[in-house]
Design a protein around this ligand. Structure first.
Ligand code: UD1
Ligand code: CA
Length: 475
């Protein structure tokens, strides 16, 4: 149910310089979704009456994402004045004048924070009479975070940023998680007057704590037991640490749901993937995007699936596949490369060193070895010989190949598209199929073999070959 007394502000205007990237920090991914998407999803789960996002750096790219994932959010453009305090000041100005509830501020770069922790923060804030409540934690390494400075009576006095802190202040273990609840009046009264006299020349939201204290208002904190929940991502080392943490949670979730995952450390699963009970995932596997795996299937080792659908009891081994559909009991790999539009029906096989693209391979049909099959349809129960290449590209256009059912083509064929091979047809080894093959026909076009007896003895005398031939008695 919508909480009429709650507004959520997601701060997403920062530049993220520490990532040293052409991609905005908040669009770097973990578990298949941009950092900020995780925060937007949490904001959405709270069902607040008002959601606001503050943007500036690469604003169009962020706004595009926000409009898809949180369309109800009001987008606030931050001006040239930098700092989290300025960002919140502008967002509060965009709230309706008659809003008099609580404002939850979330840093856009704290992606692992869950809605349950925020509900706890909300409960703590509303149960007490503090004007502000912040989440704090004690990470193993507090470097980079604002330190929470308390008075001797334990009350919170102020927050000092890493770059402004003295050595003694830096020794403080408790840090500001970047997640706060304020009564909206506290924000309206004090944000405008925050100074920019600090190491970064920014308007710090964190200075609000001291301002509230000075005005006689009270600030409390809810310490979070597991520091990783509120870890911020500023650089790529923190990005990989957070991604590993989230992945471990995802893997464990699937294990408890009945999926065998042999090696959690080398298995990476996006949040958007769906696995059925009794799926087995072997080491070195990445499951990405909208991938769905049905019960009894075995994926891996060393397999990457992007947006794939895998049928029951199918096996996919040492394979790279994107937008492919694999039927029940089908087998893929080892060493297969399935490009978009590959559909392998039930009981089919795509084997070793086979590349496919826009290829529909019918029930029980097999492409077992060393082939390229593109823009092709194969009927049921057919076998494509080892080393077959579909020549689908004439240098300008792509053309289609159609192979019927119960076809047996020889090894090392080329199907020069457009071409059709009828039901039950055969082809000889080494055939270059340029013309349609009628149903039931045998296609051959390799020149008859000619053996020139004694050629080696006559033309390569004294070689190992000539000696071997002579010793065999058949020179
Ligand atoms: C901030 C806090 C710090 C806290 C830490 C927790 C301040 C001044 N410091 O530091 O006390 O320990 O988060 O992770 O708030 N942003 C804007 N507009 C701006 C600047 C930043 O919207 O002008 C956004 C960023 O996109 C980011 C968030 O605010 O999502 C935090 O900014 P960042 O620069 O990462 O702050 P920290 O230095 O990590
Ligand atoms: Ca940060």
């Amino acid at each position: 149910m919508t909480d009429p007394r709650l507004a959520v502000i997601v701060l997403a205007a920062g530049q993220g310089t520490r990532m040293k990237s052409a991609t905005p920090k908040l669009l770097h991914e973990l578990a298949g979704a941009p950092i900020v998407s995780h925060v937007l999803a949490t904001a959405k789960a709270l069902d607040a009456a008002h959601v606001l996002t503050v943007v500036r750096h690469e604003r169009d790219r962020l706004v595009e994402l926000i409009s898809v994932e949180l369309p109800e959010a009001i987008v606030v453009d931050q001006d040239e004045q930098a700092g989290t305090g300025r960002a919140v000041e502008l967002a509060v100005a965009a709230l309706p004048d008659d809003f008099d509830g609580d404002v939850l501020v979330l840093n856009g770069d704290v992606p692992l924070l869950d809605a349950a922790t925020l509900e706890a923060l909300l409960t703590t804030h509303r149960a007490g009479d503090a004007d502000a409540t912040l989440l704090t934690s004690e990470p193993a390494d507090p470097t980079g975070y604002g330190r929470v400075l308390r008075a001797v009576d334990g009350s919170i006095e102020r927050i000092v940023e890493q770059k402004d802190a003295t050595a003694a202040e830096l020794a403080t273990r408790e840090v500001n998680a970047g997640v706060y609840l304020f009564g909206v009046e506290s924000l309206r009264d004090h944000l405008a007057s925050l100074s920019t006299e600090n190491a970064q020349g920014e308007k710090y939201l964190t200075d609000l704590v001291a301002a509230l204290r000075a005005a006689g208002s009270s600030v409390t904190a809810l310490p979070v037991g597991d520091a990783w929940i509120v870890e911020g991502i500023n650089d790529r080392a923190q990005l990989s640490a957070a991604a590993a943490r989230l992945n471990a949670l995802i893997v464990r979730g699937w294990q408890l749901a009945g999926v065998t995952i042999q090696d959690p450390a080398t298995t990476w699963i996006d949040l958007t993937v769906t696995l059925a009970p009794d799926v087995t995932v072997l080491p070195g596997t990445q499951l990405k995007g909208a991938t769905i795996v049905a019960t009894g299937a075995t994926i891996g080792p060393d397999t990457t699936l992007v947006d794939c659908e895998i049928g029951e009891r199918a096996t996919v081994k040492r394979t790279d596949a994107t937008l492919a559909v694999i039927g029940d009991d089908a087998t893929v790999g080892p060493f297969s490369y399935l490009r978009p539009g590959t559909i392998l029906h039930a009981d089919g096989k795509i084997g070793t060193f086979v590349e496919t693209k826009n290829a529909v391979i019918g029930r029980g049909s097999k492409v077992p070895h060393l082939s390229y099959i593109g823009d092709t349809e194969v009927g049921e129960g057919s076998n494509i010989g080892a080393g077959t290449i579909v020549a689908n590209y004439d240098g300008v256009n792509k053309h289609r190949t159609q192979v019927g059912s119960q076809v047996r083509t020889g090894s090392h064929n080329v199907f020069v598209a457009p071409v059709r091979i009828g039901d039950g047809a055969y082809s000889g080894a080494g055939t270059v199929i340029r013309k349609n093959v009628p149903a039931g026909a045998l296609a051959v076009n390799v020149a008859p073999q000619r053996n020139i007896e004694g050629w080696v003895a006559a033309n390569r005398p004294g070689t190992e070959a000539a000696r071997a031939a002579e010793e065999s008695g058949n020179s």
